[in-house]
Ligand binder design. Structure first.
Ligand SMILES: [Zn+2]
Length: 430
């Protein structure tokens, strides 16, 4: 069993002035506690929460007798986290100041300091007693509630002083058990597509990763340069525009959509997802518009890693096992004849040097990932007892096997969000 956690941010409704003032006072005291504790921890190189609490609890508690005592605990936790990361920076010589600045404060809450009250209220302990606060709930919150996630006891709270609202960071948790795979879905990530192989059929999802990643990169750079010239390097208007850009990027982020489709397809069949272990993919012909070789490499690696991480995160949520295989030579040899495949002039379609049959490069990669997994020579090899053995030699010859992938245009799969629906719709259009 693994514990999967997701944070969800909710706001309270606008609070009456009097009620909000209680939280402003609370925040002030909490901030003071954290400031003192961080100073002490850094000065004395105390990195552990337990030690910090043992050394300072009494003193701080006596300073704030009116506060519920657990705020001293959470302030110690908060402070020790801040001190730890500051001491690390200091050791690396990156810290600019003597002591860390406690600028932004989120009040850490534990199960003694807050309680959900039904689904639409929370109660928060303060120096003026328990205060009930109504929440402004959204679709995402209800989605977690309705899908059986439960609220964890820890939460954080920030104050939006302009709107007199509390911003509460909740954590939903779920216990998930990873299943034993009955089969495999292999994934090959490329610059402009992601190809998967499932039940003998390869699907090529067009992604346009280059355009997406580079488009964002150049857009960012342009804005940066323009604003630097107009307003100087640290202007507020620039920061605001960059933030908007970042939000837009996140919203359009296709990696979550593709991860969702891949993981759900595997989950419905009880399969494991097989990924290439991220290695040193040659970046030379990866992203041609960028001249700088290193930068090109970095951009590709980053987007590749992003997709992989998204798949991993989704898989944890559904209990889908992930297997990693070394990426070496995955598209070089014919999965049927084990002979080299000849690709001429950088084409993605090659010809088997033994059987003469044509192969799409990404389909070859997927088949070879599957064969590697079935032979169990991968790093995370499944135990043979866990699944029915498959005759490795027969796999690529399965009756529904194709050497050409079924191409799924981005506008379609991004809209339908499922492999089956996208397929049905493509068939209907044909
Ligand atoms: Zn062949």
């Amino acid at each position: 069993m693994t514990r999967v956690a997701r944070t969800v941010i909710v706001k309270s409704i606008k609070l009456p002035r009097k009620v909000f003032r209680v939280f402003v006072e609370l925040e002030g005291m909490y901030r003071n506690m954290v400031e003192q504790l961080v100073m002490y921890a850094v000065r004395n190189s105390v990195k552990s929460f337990i030690r910090l609490k043992a050394l300072k609890y009494r003193e701080i508690r006596n300073l704030y007798p009116q506060l519920p005592s657990h705020y001293v605990y959470t302030a110690c936790q908060d402070a020790s986290t801040r001190a730890k990361s500051f001491l690390r920076l200091k050791k690396l010589g990156i810290a600019k100041r003597e002591y860390p600045e406690v600028r932004k404060v989120s009040i850490w809450l534990d199960d003694h300091l807050w309680k959900p009250d039904g689904y639409t209220f929370v109660r928060i302990a303060t120096h003026k007693g328990w205060v009930a606060v109504e929440l402004e709930l959204h679709k995402q919150y209800w989605r977690y509630v309705n899908r059986g996630w439960r609220l964890a006891s820890e939460a954080k709270m920030k104050l939006d002083k302009k709107n007199k609202q509390l911003i509460i960071c909740l954590t939903f948790v779920k216990e998930v058990k990873e299943y034993k795979p009955k089969g495999y879905l292999t994934v090959d990530v490329n610059e402009n597509n992601i190809t998967i192989l499932v039940d003998g059929v390869a699907y090529l999802f067009e992604t346009d990763t280059t355009k997406l990643v580079l488009g964002y990169y150049y857009c960012r750079k342009r804005i940066q340069e323009r604003y630097d010239k107009l307003y100087g390097k640290k202007s507020r208007i620039k920061r605001k525009t960059m933030r908007k850009l970042k939000e837009r990027k996140k919203k359009n982020d296709i990696k979550w959509k593709i991860a969702n489709i891949i993981v759900k397809t595997a989950y419905e069949r009880g399969y494991a997802v097989v990924l290439e272990k991220l290695g040193k993919k040659p970046a030379s012909n990866m992203i041609e518009r960028v001249r700088d070789k290193q930068l090109r490499h970095r951009i590709f690696q980053a987007s590749f890693k992003g997709i992989q991480k998204a798949i991993e995160e989704k898989a944890r949520e559904y209990g889908v096992p992930i297997i990693y295989e070394p990426p070496k030579d995955t598209s070089v040899r014919c999965p049927i004849h084990n002979a080299p495949i000849i690709y001429s002039n950088g084409s993605r379609i090659g010809k088997c040097s033994k059987g003469g049959e044509p192969w799409h490069r990404d389909v070859v990669a997927c088949w070879n990932l599957l064969l590697k997994t079935l032979r169990g020579n991968g790093s995370n090899a499944p135990s043979p007892a866990g699944h029915t053995p498959v005759d490795v030699r027969l796999v690529p010859l399965a009756s529904n096997a194709t050497h050409d992938p079924i191409t799924l245009p981005k506008r379609l799969w991004a809209r339908w969000n499922s492999l089956e629906t996208t397929r049905t719709n493509i068939k209907r259009m044909e």
